[in-house]
Design a protein around this ligand. Structure first.
Ligand code: KG4
Ligand code: ZN
Length: 379
């Protein structure tokens, strides 16, 4: 009999529930996004996020059970995100998960959201009949995080270890952003350019459409003092801001795009005609710099620890240029690179249920005193 875990995720602005069997087979995965609510503020508003989680949590869990064709009594455990994240948001999922587990008399498994992102890669690889070898370097890159971990098997098994879904993994932090997360930089640059929220998907498409538009500005390599595996993205965001301020010709098209967004016209096909070649060139240069920096530090980390594979997860892992760049670098460097699908890259609960499985197997459980931990470390 398989172990079926209900995963619950509410750490930021997605209310999600999923059921995963034996840590790898996704039986259902439901995500209610709050993008439409936060869009007009250009970012996640914590109070609105918690209120929306409260509205969504019951229907989302119900839908996950329905899609899997299961009843609550068929579940073996409830896995819930304990942190890191917004406390008010986390508390909704935790309170619901605790109550559900208690009333069903089932185990409650606390999960670190970042470990969930690592498991998203394993879930996707499993779908493709693959198991990434360890030790790995995992880049988690989203709107809230940009961090590099070494992922190790529980016992030192040497290079090329293939881990079972039930095996506990170990993590060593190699580097992290000192200021903005990469997704946050995308969102802020998009706002500056009048391209709406979230910024990643639209900038990704516009950069691809830029072709050989001349570069209005060149951004150098992002330099870091101290740990070379740390990141910093606030500098490039500020460089974009100054460039726009210094070139008055951007203002009318930014205003035209803001007016289009007001009318609800935020699709790529609607915004592309409102972008000059200068803007497209700027977006391409911004993305080139971010993707190159993420690649340099991630592959640098891979070399440093002698990683067998590179794993990439989080919302920015959906970026088309990032994927092709990493795949090409991986191929030329002889190191296999794994990404989740787009749906598993962004926040979801299947990754939480998958990460809960080895903890369930190891008996790492929580009781009703479980609380949200906004900056829960992964170790
Ligand atoms: O993982 P996620 O759904 O939520 C958290 O932030 O935890 O990631 C959302 C972030 C946003 O900043 C969004 O702009 C970015 O991921 N993003 C992208 C792309 N799709 C989403 N960034 C670059 N390219 C994309 N295609
Ligand atoms: Zn996340």
């Amino acid at each position: 009999m398989s172990v079926r875990i209900l995963g619950i995720e509410s750490s930021c602005d997605e209310t999600a529930a999923a059921i995963v069997a034996d840590g790898r087979e996704i039986l259902s995965s439901v995500v209610a996004s709050q993008i439409d609510i936060h869009r007009k503020y250009g970012g996640v508003v914590p109070e609105l996020a918690s209120r929306e989680h409260l509205r969504q949590i019951v229907p989302v869990v119900r839908e996950a059970l329905l899609q899997a064709g299961l009843n609550l009594s068929d579940l073996d455990a409830v896995g819930v995100t304990q942190g890191p994240g917004l406390v008010g948001s986390l508390l909704v999922g935790i309170t619901y998960g605790k109550t559900l587990a208690h009333s069903l008399n089932k185990p409650l498994v606390p999960v670190n959201h970042l470990e969930g992102h690592v498991h998203a890669v394993f879930l996707e690889a499993h779908k493709n009949g693959q198991v990434p070898e360890l030790p790995a370097v995992c880049l988690i890159v989203s709107g809230g995080h940009t961090v590099l971990y070494e992922v190790l098997p529980q016992q030192e098994k040497g290079q090329g270890t293939r881990v079972e879904a039930a095996a506990q993994l170990h993590y060593r932090k190699l580097g992290q952003t000192r200021d903005d997360a990469a997704g946050e930089a995308y969102d802020k640059v998009s706002k500056l350019l009048g391209l709406g929220y979230p910024g990643g998907p639209i900038l990704d498409c516009l950069a691809a459409a830029a072709g050989s538009a001349p570069a209005p500005v060149k951004f150098g390599h992002i330099k870091m003092k101290g740990n070379p595996l740390d990141f910093s993205f606030s500098g490039i965001k500020t460089a974009v801001l100054y460039h726009i301020r210094e070139h008055a010709e951007y203002a009318p098209e930014i205003a035209a795009r803001e007016a289009a967004l007001e009318r609800g016209e935020r699709k790529f096909e609607q915004l592309l005609p409102l972008c000059s070649p200068q803007t497209l060139g700027l977006v391409r240069e911004f993305q080139n710099t971010v993707v190159r920096d993420l690649g340099d530090r991630t592959f640098g980390a891979g070399e440093q620890v002698g990683a067998a594979t590179i794993l990439v997860s989080g919302g920015v892992a959906a970026n088309a240029q990032l994927r092709t760049t990493f795949e090409e670098r991986g191929k030329s460097g002889g190191i296999q690179t794994f990404f989740p699908s787009r749906a598993l890259s962004t926040d979801n609960a299947a990754m939480i249920a998958a990460a809960a499985y080895p903890r369930f197997c190891a008996g790492i459980l929580a009781d009703t005193s479980l609380n949200a931990t906004a900056s829960l470390p992964l170790s």
